[in-house]
Design a protein around this ligand. Sequence first.
Ligand SMILES: [Zn+2]
Length: 474
Amino acid sequence: MWFAALLAGCSGSSGPTAADPVGPPAPIVAPAPPVVPEGVDVVFVVLDTLRADALTQYGAARPTSPNLSDFVRTATRFDAAYAPAPWTVPSTATILTGLHPLRHGMRHVGDVMPATIETLAERLAGAGWRTAAYSHNTNVSKKTGYDQGFQSFTSTDGDIFAYPNAGVLRKEVGAWFTQVGAARSFLYLQPMNCHGPYRVPKSRSATLLGRSPSRAFAYYQGPMRAILRKGDLSARAQVNARYTASLREQYDTAVRYATDEVGKLFADLEARGRYDNALIVLTADHGEELFDHGGFSHGYSLHDELLHVPLWVKLPGQRRASIVGDTVSLADLVPTVLDALAVPIVAPLGAPPPLDGRSLTPLLRGEPLPARPLLFDVDWKRRAVAQGVQDGAWKLIDIRQNYEGLSDVTRLYDHAADPDEQHDLSEAQPAKVAELQVLLTTLAKAATGEEKGALQNVLSEMDQAQLEALGYLE
Ligand SMILES: [Zn+2]
């Protein structure tokens, strides 16, 4: 019934609307009074490192996600959802704030979320939700300020590759609901099994293939290590079909395990009577390169396999599936959720637009939204320092430097004809390159705004040394 009300256009929209990010600040619309029914839980499941095309629903040939089938029948799938950055720190901060990485400033390992930023958890806690997060990614921790607004924040520390299995989340979520009872909750869950080394419990390693995946590929060993850690591009010649098939088997097996656990988690919600009325977001912070462009892992490029993420949004009371083809950003999630729940976004008069994303509720209602270009950013020395822009069919990537030794290189792709971005058209289409470079500069300038000075890295040198020891700084 709640979904029906939204369909009828009674959502009390107060988001930043469809403002062009290049243009002047959006007018602040007077907030509608909250009309959220009791017991509306908000559940975010962010599957770390899950590229969209790894899921059956997004075209994967293997049955990697059959246990999402009940969920997807009651949710809206976005076929062109994009992360603003190809790795955890900036992208997760965008999911939690609705701001672009150039504005929230979380762009490097160890960056700490500025206290001046208002997170989704803070906004929902302020509107009466109980808030809890369970992060299995050591980068998304209290130490780096992602706990802002969460009354309970459970994260793992230590070796980023020794993460817990997604299965433990069911117990943690169960314990949380037992503790809070009927109170409405915002739950943020970030399991890590799709992240290297693609860990899967032994008892589940044969679920997808009928056998355990081949071990010809070993994460950050052999050619992968030589290419990424030593910059030895000649090691690409050692990457044969057996190696990439093994990589794919390991990754897909991990995806199957992770999505099986998410399916069980949603079944638990159903058993508790909390599913139907919940607002659920299922997505990923970024994808994973599986040698698509001669590399691995993530953070090393701005190609589609790292930025195109799966996204489903299930509104409270939604009981049917729909599909949206429009290009959307993870920055849109916060305004969408706040709009759907009628939680106002307040900003001082004359302030810049409070959020970079925009509410997708029109698309959820089947109504159009004007297309918007997307700005991508990565600033990870020794992996990639680059920015990119996607505008309709066109995508431009400006590489300042990267692990391949490239510097000041521009690439242009026709995303419609070449979605895998294999054919660089920058030399053939100089006018398009020039046009998109102007767009990129304009978007980056708008996103940076006046906030820049407030953003700083406050981790101590000791923390930096610890992160380096864990292999995250190199
Ligand atoms: Zn991640």
